[in-house]
Write a protein of this length. Structure first.
Length: 196
């Protein structure tokens, strides 16, 4: 990934959590991490459901239930795994990380949708500290597990506190086939040109 000189990445390495996949207390805030949902590793060609209160590496399911998709089940945007924001019900997943008040941050992520559902339109929103920053939708018509059709979405926010919570929430009701997110990245901006 290329960054302009005015940007630095806030997430570089992934950290393996020993308690991944179990309901645990949220980890202490640190740099943003595991935006490609690689932890815990799910068996190839399968998925694992996580209900509210469960953690997936640095991510926590705060409501509903989400499916962590293993390698080979369908195409990932980056790495081996991705996240379906609907298991049996719509989910919200969140990660809290250290920020500098007053600094501008850019969030980018890859968006697709579970192609197996009857209804092709998948909807959701990205939130920062509980505030809706971006509504998103994805039409799965013509998409397949081997050709998910990921698109990149982006938005910026100014941190108000020394920690910030980034969340993604499905608004696709009554379905086990929701929006899919992957390759979430957070960058700090040192000038406006970084955020355009």
């Amino acid at each position: 990934m290329l960054l302009t000189r005015s940007c630095t990445t806030a997430a570089v390495a992934a950290v393996l959590f020993a308690a991944a996949g179990t309901a645990t207390a949220a980890p202490t805030a640190s740099r943003f991490d595991d935006g490609s949902f690689e932890y815990p590793a799910v068996a190839a060609n399968s998925f694992q459901s996580f209900a509210a209160g469960a953690s997936m590496g640095p991510w926590k399911v705060t409501s509903g239930a989400a499916d962590l998709i293993g390698a080979g089940f369908w195409q990932a945007a980056e790495g081996d795994q991705s996240l379906d924001l609907n298991a049996t019900v719509p989910a919200t997943v969140a990660q809290t990380f250290t920020t500098t008040p007053g600094k501008t941050y850019t969030v980018t992520y890859s968006l697709a949708g579970n192609p197996d559902g009857a209804s092709p339109l998948k909807t959701g929103r990205a939130l920062v500290d509980g505030q809706n920053f971006q509504d998103f939708s994805f039409d799965t018509a013509g998409k397949t597990r081997s050709n998910m059709g990921y698109v990149t979405r982006q938005f910026t926010f100014v941190a108000n506190n020394p920690t910030t919570t980034l969340a993604f929430a499905s608004t696709t009701p009554n379905s086990a086939h929701g929006p899919v997110i992957d390759d979430v990245r957070v960058h700090t901006c040192c000038s406006d040109s970084c955020c355009r």
